[in-house]
Design a protein around this ligand. Structure first.
Ligand code: ADP
Ligand code: MG
Length: 438
């Protein structure tokens, strides 16, 4: 019985991400198997839920191919075992201590897909995690919602602890910091609060933009920052904005944040998004046809969390209805969720937003003038039209003072290329999208 399960595990190991396999599947044992039912022994209820949610399908498929049947899978919690920390998939070699459960098992450098948009942030995070408290201090990671900041900062904490299990690594989101501080103040325990943060070796603060406008928090954090910094302790900060753009943040913090290494994460390109889909789906034992992966990657513009959500929805619908995962199913599943937003934004709105952002006159984008201060906004506006509306190239060209469709193509390609290197342009685009609420 156990050999049978060991064989199944070997098969599962091929399908599931290595870290996840070690964390969740490796510790399981088969305890019982009768006609139509197999019981698996798991260390805790957490494991039972997690495996059921993420790996049941793969387990059933593997058992199916080995036995030709589809038995019910039951999870039995091993009462004898002390509850292990489920979030500790990778204890450092030869050390007993496990990675603290501040770090979610799914967030590691291994599971992070690297593309152009996040290459620098990934490399910075990795270099810093390998040598904390040295060159890159503080490390400041910034990028839009759902682009992988938490994933990276968590991967760093995990790696630092794996390499040095005795390091005191503390991960905290900034709203959690604020809440804890409020409650400590109320209970007269500020000394304790202070000590907690000032004795760490590595402090990871996620989403620091929430400190904006909170003076007492900033005061406290400023001193913590200085103390840690002077002792050569590593500080990592994430935010959805560049330090100087965080509203309500004191200048002295802005300058501290900007004094180390700043790395940004930009929205992923389609290829990276497809790679993320492939990695996440195969880790969960699913195969997503490439045309479906491309469809999802093109439909979900930036937020990777949404990308994952839509992938999960497609997989769920397929398994509930018993239909194959194909383009038709993906389109139906996402219909109305994402396509509507696209329809609402028209060329006129885009032109209005661009004109407003660059403080131009209403007809400047349509004018014949080729002055540089008009050409760039005009090209950017065409780029956005091409990117977010369904309008054809000639229609877009016409809306810009009767220009030819080839002008639109040229503008689109030029802006696309420039966005890769021109951070000013990228910022402009982001700001205009914000005006348009896209
Ligand atoms: P943020 O903190 O920037 O809002 P998260 O780190 O929470 O974003 O990422 C959102 C989701 O997208 C997470 O599940 C994360 O694992 C996933 N994700 C983001 N970028 C990547 C990537 N490059 N490779 C794999 N997963 C990613
Ligand atoms: Mg986050």
């Amino acid at each position: 019985m156990q050999t049978f399960w060991d064989d199944c595990k070997k098969e599962l190991e091929k399908r599931i991400d290595h870290h996840n396999f070690i964390s969740y599947i490796a510790p399981t044992k088969m305890t019982d198997s009768k006609e139509g039912e197999i019981s698996l022994l798991v260390p805790s209820t957490f494991f039972a839920d997690w495996i059921e949610k993420h790996y049941l399908q793969s387990i059933r498929e593997v058992i199916g191919t080995k036995t030709g049947s589809d038995p019910k899978i039951k999870f039995v919690v091993d009462a004898k075992k002390p509850e292990p920390a489920a979030n500790n998939p990778a204890p450092a070699k030869g050390k007993k201590r496990q990675v603290s459960n501040q770090f979610k098992p799914q967030y590691s450098f291994d599971t992070f897909v690297v593309g152009k948009s996040n290459e620098f942030a990934n490399a910075s995070a990795l270099a810093c995690a390998k040598n904390p408290g040295t060159k890159y201090n503080p490390l400041y990671l910034y990028g839009g919602v759902g682009l992988g900041k938490t994933h990276l900062v968590q991967s760093m904490g995990r790696m630092i602890l794996e390499n040095n299990p005795d390091a005191k690594v503390l991960y905290i989101s900034s709203d959690n910091w604020v809440n804890q501080m409020i409650s400590k103040i109320k209970n007269n325990q500020m000394e304790e609060f202070r000590a907690t943060f000032r004795k760490v070796d590595v402090l990871l603060v996620d989403d620091v933009q929430f400190f904006g406008g909170k003076a007492a928090t900033q005061e406290e954090f400023f001193h913590t920052f200085n103390e840690l910094f002077h002792e050569g302790k590593q500080i990592v900060i994430t935010s959805d904005q560049f330090p100087k753009d965080i509203k309500g943040l004191e200048d002295r913090l802005k300058s501290r944040f900007a004094s180390g290494l700043i790395a940004d994460i930009q929205p992923a390109d389609v290829e990276t998004k497809v790679a993320i889909i492939n990695k996440k789906s195969s880790a969960n034992g699913h195969v997503i046809p490439q045309e479906v992966a491309f469809f999802l990657a093109e439909t979900i513009r930036s937020n990777i969390r949404e990308l994952e959500g839509s992938m999960a929805r497609v997989i769920a619908v397929a398994s509930i209805t018993g239909r194959p995962i194909d383009l038709a199913l993906a389109k139906e599943t996402l219909d109305g969720v994402y396509s509507e937003e696209k329809k609402h934004i028209g060329v006129t709105q885009i032109q209005k937003a661009v004109t407003e952002y660059y403080s131009l006159k209403p007809n400047d984008l349509k004018a014949k003038s080729r002055r540089r201060n008009l050409v760039i906004p005009r090209q950017l506006a065409m780029y956005i039209c091409r990117d977010v509306t369904e309008d054809s190239l000639p229609t877009i060209g016409k809306a810009f003072g009767g220009r030819d469709h080839s002008t639109v193509i040229h503008a689109f390609q030029k802006v696309k290329k420039d966005l890769e290197t021109n951070t000013k342009l990228y910022k402009d685009l982001t700001a205009i999208k914000k005006i348009l609420e896209i």
